[in-house]
Design a protein around this ligand. Structure first.
Ligand code: CA
Length: 654
């Protein structure tokens, strides 16, 4: 029998599926219990240590229990004690940390028993997630990028750390936090902050990695903590970060990577060899993640592990949502289960869920499961969203082919596409029709691939590519700025959720580097002087963010919302317009109707705004967002004319 047939068969589940919620080391009420699921092991030894490097002070044979769970009990609190296991499988003995560990020592090889109540920062019990607003405007941020630059205003010892977010606690906020809170976004999406393997936590802090290489799924990463050896510190400081963001009214979305692990030789593999990974027919590890292994989502204990982990982060850390890396390697069934469980425990729709609806390659799925790919949008719950690569590529050009332009930077024949994007593709403009625009995340740049600025320079200033990118972080090109504003204007006037990469609002460049996952922090970090250098662009984004929240016709997430988009017109190459029914029953809408024009052409475009009741006001154009000025009168009653400058947008309301 192959491994796959063995682990996927009903017989295995019947004997070994364990649905208890007490795996790991639980420490409360003056007792400590260790439980680990390792159904095929011939023996397990628990080893206890005073710290993360000294020799064991106690070894204890674990007792085999029901359904493959091994256990040991102590009538005392072992908070702060480190531990690992010696696991014997098929005659071979290996050391493993606890896959269910909630904390660990330096570099994650030893788990730490943690009485979680002792890790709460002051006031954490009273911490509340921000109320849901009219719109989700999400800011993708890397913890180290945020405050590594001295210009962040964060004290040196806290730069690049969890502590940077809490730096202004009780006092004036540092530059980076002030900017983040004044921008108006509703959520930050933090790139991986579970414990990952690629950074040596004992290093000097000059190394950088995005962190898509999970080591301990339920432990915060140590390199962002001020002490990597005392496991309580990373837990407490991670909670402080979330608490501080909540205090500023920002929700926290966690970027999670349940599709693969750093290495196929993980704690999971050591506990149950062969169970947690997908294998090809020849027995080799499958590689749909392009990272060397794929987690076998669809097996009972894999799904339990992931669903439990997600709930743990919400319950213990007060996380407000999740962004699933390569969600196409996970299953529709698991995503819908997670949605249901979170709704039951935390209230319907309270926790955001969305992911990348793709995978890097084929992966052998369990029978009866469906990959959570874009084409299965119809099977996914309406509350499971996905990034719209269609909207992204239509606006700025193909993500992998750097020189291919999109609508705003010289691409041709994209007028119909861009109008479909406005409805979040709900109008049937693509082969994939989401259940509602609630499932759609609109964006033009994230950590992967070129920053928006670099993509625009690459397509619009081919002659500058080589020399200017050697050192120059601050060059301004007026045509690139105009295209940047138009790109932002377009996705901020599309229905669906909105997401932006940190620094998109101040011309962030990585000097043409399109895969900076382990580049120097100096390439990756946010340069806070750019907030001033690109102050006009920052003001434009702020305006769009503020305006968007007041446009119920665009914020509407109902399945029927696409019907609010009317009168779509293509006026010529690069020029389109549409109207929006902006009425709202729940809120006092300021404008009943909107008229939106995108002009990506090289010439100004003038248009008569439709007749009707009320006077048109221009609310945003190519230079200013969130303005209010009367549109020029043009003849008859209610008629008005607007001139939309070359490469710019215009939004009017009445
Ligand atoms: Ca780590």
């Amino acid at each position: 029998m192959t491994e796959r047939a063995f682990f996927s068969g009903k017989e295995f589940d019947k004997r070994f599926r364990y649905d208890g919620k007490d795996l790991g080391a639980l420490c409360r009420g003056g007792r400590t219990s260790f439980k680990v699921w390792s159904p095929l092991a011939e023996g397990l030894t628990l080893r206890l240590y005073r710290d993360d490097s000294s020799a064991a002070f106690l070894e204890k044979e674990m007792e085999p229990g029901k359904r493959g769970v091994w256990q040991a009990e102590f009538p005392e609190s072992l908070h702060g004690v480190y531990y690992d296991y010696l696991v014997k499988n098929q005659g071979k003995e290996v050391t493993s940390a606890d896959p269910y560990a909630v904390s660990c020592g330096c570099n994650g090889a030893r788990s730490m028993v943690t009485d979680l109540r002792l890790t709460d920062p002051p006031g954490f019990r009273g911490d509340e997630r921000p109320a849901a607003g009219e719109e989700c405007i999400i800011y993708e941020l890397h913890i180290k990028d945020f405050s590594y630059d001295a210009g962040s205003g964060v004290p040196e010892e806290h730069r690049g750390k969890y502590k940077a977010f809490a730096a202004g606690d009780g006092q004036e906020l540092p530059v980076c936090m002030k900017h983040l809170t004044e921008l108006g976004v509703t959520h930050v999406q933090l790139m991986p902050f579970f414990d990952y393997a690629s950074i040596d936590e004992s290093g000097d802090g000059s190394r950088f990695n995005w962190g898509y290489d999970p080591l301990n799924y339920n432990v915060p990463e140590g390199s962002y903590a001020t002490d990597v050896r005392d496991g309580t510190v990373r837990v407490r400081e991670c909670k402080e970060m979330i608490q501080a963001l909540h205090r500023c009214g920002l929700g926290v979305i966690m970027d999670v990577v349940y599709n693969h692990t750093y290495s196929g030789d993980s704690w999971l593999e050591r506990m149950v060899p062969g169970y947690y990974y997908r294998h090809r027919k020849d027995g080799s590890l499958s590689d749909g993640s392009a990272c060397g292994n794929d987690i076998a989502v669809g097996r009972a204990m894999v799904d339990n592990y992931i669903a439990d982990s997600v709930r743990y982060w919400v319950r213990e850390y007060h996380v407000d949502g999740f962004r699933f890396d390569l969600m196409g390697l996970l299953t529709v069934e698991l995503m819908n289960r997670i949605r249901r469980e979170l709704d039951e425990e935390f209230g319907p729709g309270r926790i955001l869920l969305y992911g990348e609806p793709w995978r890097a390659g084929e992966s052998p799925m369990e029978r009866g499961t469906h990959p959570a790919l874009k084409e299965n949008a119809g099977l996914l719950d309406e509350g499971v969203g996905f990034f719209s690569d269609d909207t992204r590529d239509t606006i700025k050009g193909h993500v992998f082919h750097g020189e291919v332009p999109g609508f705003v930077n010289g691409g041709r024949g994209l007028e119909d596409q861009i109008l479909h994007a406005v409805t979040g593709w709900r109008d049937g403009g693509a082969s994939i029709v989401p259940k509602s625009c609630r499932q759609v995340v609109n964006y033009v740049s994230v950590h992967d691939n070129f920053t928006l600025w670099d993509k625009l320079v690459l397509t619009m200033h081919k002659e500058l590519r080589q020399h200017c990118w050697e050192t120059d972080f601050t060059s301004r090109y007026e045509d690139v700025l105009a295209a940047n504003r138009l790109a932002a204007f377009i996705y901020f006037t599309c229905q669906g959720n909105l997401l932006m990469q940190a620094g998109e609002e101040f011309g962030r460049t990585k000097l043409g580097e399109d895969n900076s996952y382990r580049s120097a922090p100096e390439i990756n970090m946010l340069r806070w002087s750019q907030v001033e250098d690109f102050g006009d662009l920052v003001a434009y984004y702020k305006g769009l963010i503020h305006l968007r929240k007041r446009l119920p016709g665009l914020c509407d997430k109902a399945p029927s919302a696409f019907r609010r988009i009317k009168d779509q017109k293509v006026w010529g190459p690069g020029v389109v317009s549409f109207r929006v029914d902006n009425r709202s029953s729940s809120q006092g809408g300021e404008w009943d109707e909107l008229c939106v024009v995108y002009n990506a052409s090289d010439e100004a475009f003038s248009m008569e705004l439709p007749e009707g009741r009320g006077l048109w006001e221009v609310l945003a154009d190519g230079r200013e967002a969130d303005c209010r000025r009367p549109a020029e009168a043009a003849g008859g009653f209610g008629c008005a004319e607007v001139v939309v400058e070359a490469r710019s947008g215009m939004l009017a309301g009445r």
